[in-house]
Design a protein around this ligand. Structure first.
Ligand code: RIB
Length: 302
């Protein structure tokens, strides 16, 4: 199989508790339910690409534990090319401790495990996958050196390069920007990248234009129920979000990124691809969990 999209990133087992609200510091809170669910931003985005209509390969690591086997199998079950998913001996698989509250918001602590051992050489070893792909996607749950290598290699090969800067605590290295075709932060990530307090369309536009001035061509700031702001050389466009009743927002951003990338790989025009990603993400927030919440193409097509 020739995968049109390659995702370089994390695989995590999500340990998910639902509670009436998020606990305060020092507090013990009674929860309502618990589930173990395949997740990780990289793996979620790969699943979204596969379910939303494009062939995809994953490059990442799991640990040599039962979770690692389950995480890899979950991707294989979606028809994802996993030749680039390695098993690291002596480390755990990536873990995410997630609490989801009654208003569908979440808080997440991640333990990198095998994700922390994904080296530039791990990506280099699967250069043939990058060469055959049209779109390459990275996030920030694997070492920055690996992301830097992948972005630069994707640019050198002339591929469409997408960075979802999540999770994000500060500005990116300046020399990354010119290698990125589409930078896709949410509000808090756009704020961490720029220092601009992003809370609405106007502030998202300020942040997006600041990021474009650093050399990235296109910026899509996802704003949850406020939609998405797309800044490019052609100007700024607002894409309103479909109105839904949210149950769990975990992996909504991943579904948007994967849906957008799948649509681009299918030759869809970028504005249409953004709207497609939004429809997919809107469906995902009406369902619980990360990978289980990601919709299929037949559910999203108009
Ligand atoms: O974006 C959602 C994901 O973030 C979860 O699946 C969790 O694993 C964390 O990586």
């Amino acid at each position: 199989m020739q995968a049109k999209v390659v995702v370089v990133g994390s695989l995590n087992m999500d340990l998910v508790a639902r509670a009436p609200r998020l606990p305060r510091a020092g507090e013990t809170l009674a929860g309502e339910s618990f589930a173990t669910v395949p997740g990780g931003k990289g793996a979620n985005q790969a699943v979204a690409v596969a379910r939303l209509g494009a062939s995809v390969a994953m490059i990442g690591n799991v640990g040599d534990d039962a979770y690692g086997q389950q995480l890899r199998q979950a991707l294989l079950d979606e028809g994802i090319d996993c030749q680039g998913v390695a098993v690291c001996t002596g480390v755990s698989s990536g873990l995410a401790l997630i609490v989801v509250d009654a208003s569908s918001q979440n808080s997440i602590v991640i333990i990198p495990g095998g994700n922390g051992q994904l080296l530039p050489e791990s990506v280099q070893a699967f250069d043939a996958l990058l060469k055959r792909a049209e779109v390459i996607i990275c996030q920030l749950e694997v070492p920055l050196a690996t992301v830097a290598y992948t972005l630069a290699r994707g640019r050198a090969l002339g591929k469409t390069v997408i960075l979802n800067p999540a999770p994000c605590t500060g500005p990116l290295p300046q020399d990354w920007y010119a290698a990125i075709d589409y930078l896709i932060p949410n509000e808090s990530e756009a704020q961490a990248l720029t220092g601009v307090a992003v809370s609405d369309l106007a502030s998202a536009e300020v942040a997006a234009e600041q990021l474009r001035s650093l050399g990235v061509q296109n910026v899509i700031v996802t704003l949850g129920a406020q939609g998405a702001l797309f800044a490019s050389a052609q100007g700024v466009r607002h894409f309103p979000a479909p109105v839904v009743q949210p149950l769990d927002t975990t992996a909504a951003g991943d579904t948007f990124v994967g849906g957008f990338a799948a649509a681009l790989a299918r030759g869809v025009e970028e504005g249409e691809a953004i709207a497609f990603g939004q429809r997919a993400a809107a469906l995902s927030v009406t369902r619980a969990g990360a990978q289980p919440s990601i919709p299929y193409l037949f559910e999203v097509q108009p």
